[in-house]
Design a protein. Structure first.
Length: 201
């Protein structure tokens, strides 16, 4: 299991460990570390604001949210976040989660590529948006203390993540020109990802 980072802890239990193992097995180290960092960014953001959240649900969704970018789960028709939502529903069915909880895991993954969700409407979805945005493009990174950012990158190094992740999105955009990844690639997102502040130190 993962340990605490700057006082932020992951959940324990079968579901969390299964999600971690699946992510570690199917993602390369850079994408695995990104998924873990996304959890910690989202969790510390919520904790610092005193927001209650379902730690297990958020952790499982964070660890699975990008697995549809890797070849065994990539869909040539569905946007990767929608394919990832289906993957999460299948994964959590194996854990015995009830339908509503399985739907929630899928919802978090789909919504992390959509417009911002207000935390008072859906705190876990907003957490995944915050966590992934901070880690991929540096959006909102100033909200996190430098000591936390340093501890997080020391525990889970970036490993040339930006270059490999931009390439994954470019591949999605080429095959699925109407998807959210394609819209990001068409704008300035790749440049922001490639000049992430955490890669400049």
């Amino acid at each position: 299991m993962l340990g605490e980072v700057a006082g932020v802890r992951p959940p324990g239990g079968q579901a969390a460990e299964a999600a971690r193992l699946v992510c570690e097995e199917y993602a390369d180290p850079a994408l695995y570390h990104h998924s873990v960092r996304s959890y910690y960014f989202g969790a510390v953001w919520a904790e610092e604001r005193g927001l209650d959240f379902d730690r297990e649900l958020f952790f499982v969704s964070a660890l699975l949210h990008d697995l549809a970018l890797v070849a065994p789960f990539d869909s040539h028709t569905l946007p990767f976040e929608e394919a990832g939502g289906h993957l999460a529903r299948v994964f959590t069915a194996g854990l015995g989660w009830p339908t509503r909880r399985r739907d929630r895991a899928a919802e978090l993954i789909v919504l992390h590529m959509r417009d911002d969700v207000a935390p008072d409407v859906d705190v876990e979805s907003r957490m995944l948006q915050v966590g992934t945005s901070a880690d991929v493009s540096g959006s909102g990174l100033d909200a996190f203390a430098p000591s936390f950012r340093d501890a997080l990158v020391a525990a889970y190094p970036r490993l040339d993540f930006a270059r490999s992740f931009v390439r994954l999105f470019q591949e999605q955009a080429a095959r699925k020109p109407d998807c959210a990844a394609a819209r990001l690639v068409a704008g300035e997102w790749a440049g922001r990802a490639g000049s992430h502040p955490l890669d400049q130190t």
